[in-house]
Write a protein that binds this ligand. Structure first.
Ligand code: NAG
Ligand code: NAG
Ligand code: NAG
Length: 347
């Protein structure tokens, strides 16, 4: 069993060779309160807090917002061990650990903006929902798996090892061991085994308040307190299945496909083509169980497409980081003044 699971890890891991994740530097500590709002970055699978791509990203952010304090979440000082922790570990423990890290940075005490790369997007959302102290102002998630991953990228016809591997993942992903040790297993959401997923997975169903018997209303209250939630989907994402997960989309569960087939009312037949349930049709949205609907209806949910493959942020990051990261209290005051003027005209 261990061998199969190790194989699963390697397989899942090889899928996410994330290019851009975060790191941090220690030299901008003496930043005064009136400077840009600080930023917390959390890197993706296969990356580390100080990987070259992350350092480059931080440099660019600092050029754009001079004086900004940036903290890059890490679970070890050594890059190699931190990278390992992106594959192996318990997500709930890591989120708690990240919360401690954030609390121990005095620069973050008044709140911060946050960027989560790939899997870290849903981890930072868990931070907001479960603790959010100090509070996040804007949260940007790049290519994250908010409704989990539901499959591995498709195998080519006759690629037997690939097909065997997919079967092994489906068989082993909800084992106790995988759920406690394999990071990506903790956001694997198999549309054909939803009840097993709800029962065995201790991370994603919880932060998504998917189990109607244990809804935690604090999660919604906290998420609603965000100023903006920016969800970036990569239009050519070949890693995240389905890519719409970045926008809270998911495959319809097996029961739905069977029912549609029996009704003759839909394209989804069992084992046939899978249909995507978009965010606004998700039960968690309809019932507003994590506050998404509130954020959306007040106009603070931003859907962004990046015209590229998974974590190739080049075509889209500048605009987003300019607009949603590092605003100063000065700018905020200007925004308020502007709003008052507009309202004055209205009256
Ligand atoms: C967080 O993880 C690091 C690395 O495993 C460990 O050294 C540290 O003690 C942990 N911190 C907390 C608060 O759990
Ligand atoms: C709900 O979440 C909050 C914040 O994480 C936690 O303090 C509280 O214990 C949770 N409530 C239940 C019933 O689990
Ligand atoms: C909304 O919540 C109610 C009560 O918890 C539940 O009966 C209903 O099925 C939920 N609706 C959806 C779309 O999940």
């Amino acid at each position: 069993m261990r061998n199969v699971l190790t194989f699963i890890i390697l397989l899942l891991s090889s899928l996410y060779l994330c290019i851009a994740s975060p790191l941090i530097e220690i030299n901008s500590r003496h930043v005064s309160r009136s400077n840009p709002r600080p930023l917390v970055l959390w890197h993706g699978l296969g990356d580390s807090y100080g990987a070259p791509g992350i350092l480059r990203f931080i440099d660019e952010v600092k050029k754009m917002h001079p004086g900004i304090f940036v903290y890059s979440v890490r679970f070890a000082e050594s890059q190699e061990d931190d990278r390992k922790a992106s594959f192996l570990g318990n997500v709930n423990v890591q989120v708690e650990n990240a919360t401690e890290q954030i609390r121990s940075q005095p620069e973050l005490a008044d709140g911060f903006d946050a960027i989560g790369f790939s899997q870290a997007g849903q981890f930072l959302r868990a931070y907001v929902e479960r603790s959010n102290s100090p509070p996040v102002h804007n949260l940007i998630t790049f290519g994250s798996q908010h409704m989990g991953i539901s499959d591995l990228p498709a195998c080519k016809p006759f690629d037997i090892p690939c097909q065997l591997a997919r079967r092994a993942v489906r068989g082993g992903v909800y084992s106790e061991w995988a759920q406690n040790n394999v990071i990506s297993a903790q956001y694997y959401r198999d549309p054909d085994q939803i009840s097993l997923y709800l029962e065995r997975n201790h991370f994603l169903p919880d932060v998504n308040n998917e189990d109607l018997l244990s809804i935690n209303s604090t999660y919604a209250e906290n998420l609603k307190s965000l100023n903006k939630l920016v969800l970036v989907m990569f239009s050519q994402d070949k890693t995240v299945v389905p890519k719409e997960s970045s926008w809270f989309g998911s495959y319809s569960p097996q029961e739905d496909r069977v029912r549609l087939h029996l009704d003759g009312s839909g394209v989804g037949t069992y084992g046939g083509e899978r249909t995507i349930i978009p965010m606004r049709s998700q039960p968690l949205y309809v019932n507003d169980t994590i506050g998404l609907r509130t954020i959306d209806e007040r106009g603070d949910l931003v859907f962004q497409t990046c015209e590229s493959d998974h974590m190739d942020i080049e075509p889209c990051w500048r605009e987003l980081v300019e607009k949603y990261i590092g605003s100063t209290t000065q700018q905020l005051r200007t925004e308020v003044a502007h709003e008052q003027i507009v309202m004055g005209f209205g009256k």
